[in-house]
Design a protein around this ligand. Structure first.
Ligand code: IMP
Ligand code: MG
Length: 194
């Protein structure tokens, strides 16, 4: 499954499991925002597959959406991110008075979502809700809880369905954990937080 030596991938969620869970999440989100227009703000790059599937379910459930993206980067050393986070691409739409759903692939330390919510609050939206496909609660460095969470997972590095390891594996339709068979590879793990 991988061309990289010293790395093995083990499926933790199949395509079918992801699809089923997303429909449940969409049900929750639609019942919260029914009859309103929702501005879906995706964090690049990791959220793009999840967001693309979700918005088409929103359409099937008659929830109207606007879509925008932003990029937040962190610069890390070896296996830990530095905790310094910068917004490198802001939304292009005006969200004042809008109901915003901020979407990311995974909640890890929580720094990205915490900073982004604070940043977006400055634009005076009507409301901000947060949605992540995956959550690693044991890794949290700042307190943060998403309003809508797909799956909680233990402290393990995962790829697929938009998530990458050193830019690879985003195209996988399922989610796999990386098993490092040579520990030097782990140093590449936190090379950014996209
Ligand atoms: P946080 O700011 O530490 O919560 O980092 C969240 C970001 O780190 C996500 O947007 C991901 O891009 C990245 N990330 C954290 N854990 C993983 C993982 O297991 N696989 C791939 N990316 C991850
Ligand atoms: Mg990433």
């Amino acid at each position: 499954m991988t061309n990289e030596p010293d790395i093995a991938l083990e499926e933790i969620f199949s395509e079918k499991q992801i699809e089923t869970r997303i429909q449940e999440l969409v049900n929750e989100i639609v019942s919260r925002f029914h009859g309103q227009e929702l501005t879906v703000a995706g964090l690049l790059k990791g959220s793009f597959v999840f967001l693309a599937d979700m918005i088409r379910h929103f359409h099937r459930r008659d929830l109207r959406v606007l879509v925008d993206f932003m990029t937040v980067s962190s610069y890390g050393t070896e296996t830990e991110s530095s905790g310094k986070i910068t917004l490198t691409r802001d939304l292009t739409m005006d969200i004042a008075g809008k109901h915003v759903l901020l979407v990311d692939d995974i909640l890890d330390t929580g720094r990205t979502m915490e900073l982004t919510v604070r940043h977006l609050s400055g634009y005076k939206p009507a409301s901000i809700a947060t949605c992540v496909l995956l959550d690693k609660p044991s890794r949290r460095a700042v307190p943060f809880k998403a309003d809508f969470t797909g799956f909680e997972i233990p402290d393990q590095f995962v790829v697929g369905y938009g998530l990458d390891y050193a830019h690879r594996y985003r195209e996988f339709p399922n989610i796999c954990k990386i098993v490092f068979t040579n520990r030097t590879h782990e140093k590449k793990m936190v090379s950014g937080n996209d």
